[in-house]
Design a protein. Structure first.
Length: 122
């Protein structure tokens, strides 16, 4: 059996996690975290092949999570795609300037999600 790449979905809204898991579960192993802190613990323990990271979360936002991921040698090379309800170009520019591999807006488009994930993980 082929080993599927692992994707960590990070979002504080369980419904958003469910949508992304539903889109990706056929082709990938999908794990979820409902906070930035849980995402960091999970990623450090078992680094995924890709992280889909919500920006707007209580406590630690996606930008703060991203900075900590990139500062840790264990997770520094894991590609990150920001997923957010915000569509302002300043958010896109900030995420890409930080080194994100992509940006998806909510509600997510299943075709855009699968296309971007496939491009990054191929």
């Amino acid at each position: 059996m082929e080993d599927k790449p692992t994707i960590l979905v990070v979002d504080d809204t369980p419904e958003n996690i469910d949508i992304l898991v539903g889109i990706l579960k056929e082709s990938y192993r999908v794990k979820a975290a409902i906070s930035g802190e849980k995402a960091l613990k999970s990623a450090k323990k078992n680094p995924p092949d890709l992280i889909l990271l919500d920006i707007m979360m209580p406590g630690m936002d996606g930008y703060q999570v991203f900075e900590q991921l990139k500062a840790d040698p264990v997770t520094a090379n894991v590609p990150v795609v920001f997923v957010t309800g915000r569509s302002e170009s300043a958010d896109l520019e900030k995420g890409m300037a930080m080194g994100a591999r992509g940006y998806l807006t909510k509600p997510v488009d299943p075709v855009k999600v699968t296309t971007l994930v496939h491009e990054i993980l191929s």
